[in-house]
Design a protein around this ligand. Structure first.
Ligand code: SF4
Ligand code: SF4
Length: 86
């Protein structure tokens, strides 16, 4: 499943540059994750990079409304990084 950023976010910008999929952006109130681009960092890191760098506990959490299998996340990784490249 992709991750989401909740209201604990203090807009510190630590996570955005760390995302290998460019899935994090500045939202209206706090930073947000594009569920179409978040792969839980599969293909890049063993653990979600944004969670590792976020200084506020329990701010970047699993989105249980958007459950995806590992296979789905791998397919997303391939689509993001290898599709449309010649
Ligand atoms: S888990 Fe990885 S891919 Fe998803 S938003 Fe965080 S850094 Fe980006
Ligand atoms: S690192 Fe955490 S607190 Fe900082 S912008 Fe990202 S989600 Fe918000």
């Amino acid at each position: 499943m992709s991750l989401l950023i909740n209201d604990n976010c203090i807009n510190c910008d630590m996570c955005k540059p760390e995302c290998p999929n460019d899935a994090i952006s500045i939202g209206e109130i706090h930073y947000q994750i594009n569920q179409n681009l978040c792969t839980e960092c599969i293909g890049h890191y063993n653990k979600p990079r944004c969670q590792l760098v976020c200084p506020i506990n329990n701010t970047i959490i699993k989105d249980y409304n958007n459950i995806e299998t590992k296979k789905h996340l791998w397919n997303k990784f391939i689509l993001i990084h290898y599709n449309n490249k010649s």
